[in-house]
Design a protein around this ligand. Structure first.
Ligand SMILES: *Cc1c(COP(=O)(O)O)cnc(C)c1O
Length: 375
């Protein structure tokens, strides 16, 4: 059996080596390493894939959230609702812009923001909500949009983990994650479902004015060369990374399918141990692209199980071990939006298993046998 890895990007590369090497070498030979046609073409391809009208490439997923917030013209002290159980990026850039992160608890079944806890968390200063589509499925966007509309809030979808996930509205309309709110953000960090060989990110929007503003902000606030209309930043997707992403984008749907197959195999095998594991739930309104396959381990056995699996050669990860509201950096910075008890419980019970496009049946069996027989 091949060694089991959390993600296996080297094997993925070997399967498309000739195509990838040609694309990389074309960029290097062209002498054009910043912007240019390759970046434009990737943006158009990504717009076609996601259905977003406008795609603005940028340097990484954290910058994407920052640029989105900068484009909304918020005032210092304005509040932004975020889930408490998430990666730090959104909270960090909210705070950097002198806005106030307001963490709200998540639904323990889906790991996404708990809709019921959003409205009571709003104040007169609340100006935006950043739902994070965690682990591969959309937050429940119909009620998020309703709350946003009733309270004149912007919605930025942190879609670093769920590119390709599709949300179905009650009226049957279907939209891709990241194209539902005012702005959606993406990360192409190597471990994400669509990833490059370094850092990369993008912003999605259907709003032309916001698209122009974000384009300008990502490019030093320039509306034309050496003329700076607003304070911006320097956030570009390297041409080399755009070329790499252009090779991979046509494979994204098959990557998603192979992740879904692994998840199904895990689900099928582990349901016999409902005494010990809660398998990840899907909401009917969203497809799941399984950026992570995250179990909840009962009976306080998570840490022992993780150690045991490690001894047996199975890597696992804890996304995330510490709630946002317990991070020292955010002490005195956040306003707590709701009770955060579900997040606290999740941080003690979640365990993410290896899931990637090159995990084979033998490896999956090995992992599930260990889990099913664990005492
Ligand atoms: C990875 C990730 C980010 C940040 O992306 P980078 O490209 O690493 O800056 C933001 N939010 C979430 C939920 C992520 O998983």
């Amino acid at each position: 059996m091949k060694p089991i890895l959390m993600v296996d990007l080297a094997t993925q590369y070997r399967k498309m080596k000739a195509e990838m090497d040609a694309a990389i070498s074309k960029v290097i030979c062209s002498g054009e390493y910043i912007n240019g046609k390759i970046v434009q073409d990737f943006s158009l391809d990504l717009a076609a894939y996601t259905g977003a009208k406008y795609v603005i490439p940028c340097a990484n997923g954290t910058d994407a959230i920052q640029i989105a917030l900068m484009a909304l013209g918020l005032q210092a002290g304005d509040e932004v609702i975020i889930p408490d159980f998430t990666y730090v990026a959104a909270a960090e850039v909210i705070a950097l812009l002198k806005l106030r992160p307001v963490p709200v608890d998540v639904d323990p079944l889906t790991f996404n923001i708990d809709i019921k806890k959003i409205s009571p968390a709003l104040s007169l200063k609340t100006k935006a909500i950043i739902p994070v589509h965690l682990f591969g499925q959309c937050s429940d966007m119909a009620p998020v949009l309703k709350i946003a509309k009733e309270n004149a809030l912007y919605v930025i979808e942190d879609n670093a983990q769920s590119i390709g996930s599709v949300y179905t509205f009650p009226n049957g309309d279907r939209q891709q994650a990241g194209t539902i709110g005012d702005i959606g953000t993406l990360s192409f960090f190597p471990t994400k479902n669509l990833s490059c060989y370094g850092d990369g990110g993008a912003l999605l929007t259907n709003n032309e004015a916001l698209a122009q503003k974000m384009q300008m902000i990502a490019s030093h606030g320039q509306s034309r060369k050496y003329y700076h209309e607003v304070i911006g930043c320097n956030s570009r997707l390297d041409t080399l990374q755009a070329a790499i992403l252009s090779v991979k984008l046509p494979y994204l749907n098959t990557y998603i399918q192979s992740r879904q197959k692994v998840a199904q195999a895990y689900n099928d095998a582990l349901k016999v141990r409902a005494d010990l594991y809660e398998i990840p739930e899907c909401i009917p309104a969203s497809t799941h692209v399984y950026h992570q396959y995250t179990l909840k381990v009962k009976q306080n056995k998570r840490d022992d199980l993780q150690k045991y699996l490690k001894e047996k050669g199975v890597p696992t990860m804890i996304y995330y071990p510490t709630p946002l509201h317990k991070q020292p950096a955010f002490r005195g910075v956040i306003r707590i939006g709701s009770d955060l008890s579900e997040t606290e419980k999740l941080c003690k019970s979640v365990l993410s298993l290896p899931i990637h496009t090159k995990l084979d049946e033998e490896q999956i069996h090995y992992i599930t046998d260990l889990l099913v027989n664990y005492e």
